[in-house]
Design a protein around this ligand. Structure first.
Ligand code: GDP
Ligand code: MN
Length: 382
């Protein structure tokens, strides 16, 4: 889960990480008062769940309250990378002397937490990583132990140079890491972390992402969720207890187990097809989950054919078959369906399906080929 800059800055402030004062604005009518309260020069910033707002015209420097009102109105009318701007902040403008990058990420590649620091802050970190990787200093470490003290000190010295900035950076980074750890983040990032007018370091921007699987431990973070982050089918899936990710293709997938679901997507791609989703009905045996899964999949107008791939262990094939038959009673299912059903109680499951005129396959490859053919042929929904 991602949150807005203003939400991240509130968390930063609660951990003692220095930020500039700001006001959240959702209606143009609130702009004048916000600008007046802050006084002086302000920065008007779109609050959208995507980066690169600056380049998209979503960050503007206002010299006067009148300018702040005008820019605020303009930005509230923008759509940035598909996100309509519904909230903005006005923040005290900083006189920036130097911009750094600082962030902690959960690094799947190195199976560690990685501290990233750069003197080239303010730029797109993804671009920087591709075009000038030597500009980013990285330290991998175990979450429990924290970064190696000598490496950490040397990095801070290399990046921040003077004793006062090194000490300030250390304090900010220690707090940023405590926040990362205590809130189960996958990312906490300050870009830019800037030396400003009075020679202190301030977080000019703030970005945080959280591990969805740990949100149950943090109701206060869960409460920060923004509805625009998930698609409707992702929300429905979460409510139904299904592990679901929306994709761009046209083959709906219902699979039991995350590993088998991943393998199924790979096989569909290999056969020339495009999956419309990842969906894991889980290891439990619950016909209602199959009903929910089918409802979610057919609500996607791109889907032309559906593959159900069940390798029953704890999941019983007869329960899956019951779910399918229940779904056929509750919803109009006019999409071609390819069912692969093997494992626990497969004979009982297949008997149920056959009675209803449905055939189940044994082999995974043949099922995948069949569904790909159906999705690309006249047989699928156009
Ligand atoms: P992003 O483009 O979405 O990453 O938004 P940022 O909050 O990082 O702002 C983009 C850029 O605007 C920063 O890199 C700064 O150069 C500039 N900027 C943001 N806030 C201030 C400010 O208070 N003063 C000055 N001088 N520049 C700012
Ligand atoms: Mn930024």
């Amino acid at each position: 889960m991602n949150i807005h800059e203003y939400q991240a800055k509130e968390l930063f402030a609660s951990y003692g990480i220095p930020i500039k004062a700001f006001r959240l604005v959702t209606e143009p009518g609130q702009l004048a008062q916000a600008a007046q309260e802050l006084g002086g020069e302000t920065i008007v910033k779109a609050q959208v769940l995507t980066g690169g707002r600056g380049k998209a015209g979503g960050v503007k420097y206002a010299k006067t309250a009148e300018e702040a009102v005008k820019y605020g109105q303009d930005i509230l009318n923008l759509t940035i990378k598909g996100f309509p701007v519904e909230k903005i902040i006005l923040t005290e403008a900083a006189d920036i002397k130097k911009e750094f990058y600082a962030g902690f990420i959960t690094n799947r590649g190195t199976r560690a937490v990685t501290l990233m620091l750069s003197k080239a802050g303010g730029m797109d970190i993804e671009d920087l990583a591709v075009n000038s990787p030597e500009e980013i200093l990285k330290i991998d470490f175990f979450a429990r132990t924290g970064p190696d003290e000598d490496l950490y000190e040397a990095a801070l010295k290399d990046i921040f140079r003077t004793q006062t900035h090194i000490a300030q950076a250390r304090d900010i980074l220690d707090k940023l890491y405590r926040l990362f750890l205590e809130k189960d983040c996958s990312l906490t990032e300050i870009n830019p972390l800037s030396i400003v007018d009075d020679d202190t370091l301030v977080a000019i921007d703030a970005k945080m992402s959280f591990d969805d699987n740990a949100l149950f431990r943090h109701p206060e973070i869960q409460a920060l969720e923004n509805p625009e982050e998930s698609s409707q089918d992702e929300k429905d899936a979460r409510e139904a207890g299904l592990s679901f990710v929306s994709l761009d293709g046209d083959i709906g997938c219902i699979v039991n187990g995350a590993g088998l679901a991943m393998a199924t997507l790979d096989l569909i791609k290999l056969a020339g097809g495009e999956p419309a989703n990842f969906l894991d009905v889980g290891g439990s045996s619950n016909p209602n989950k199959v009903v929910s899964a089918l409802k979610i999949i057919i609500s996607n107008p791109n889907v032309k054919a559906i593959l159900i791939n069940i390798f029953g262990g704890i999941t019983r094939c007869d329960d899956i078959a019951k779910g399918l038959l229940m779904a056929r009673e509750q919803i109009q299912l006019d999409l071609p369906l390819v069912i692969r059903l093997v494992g626990t109680n497969q004979d009982e499951g297949r008997a149920l399906l056959e009675k209803a005129g449905l055939q189940a396959f044994d082999g995974l490859s043949e099922s995948v080929e069949k569904v790909v053919a159906l999705a690309t042929s006249e047989g699928g929904r156009q």
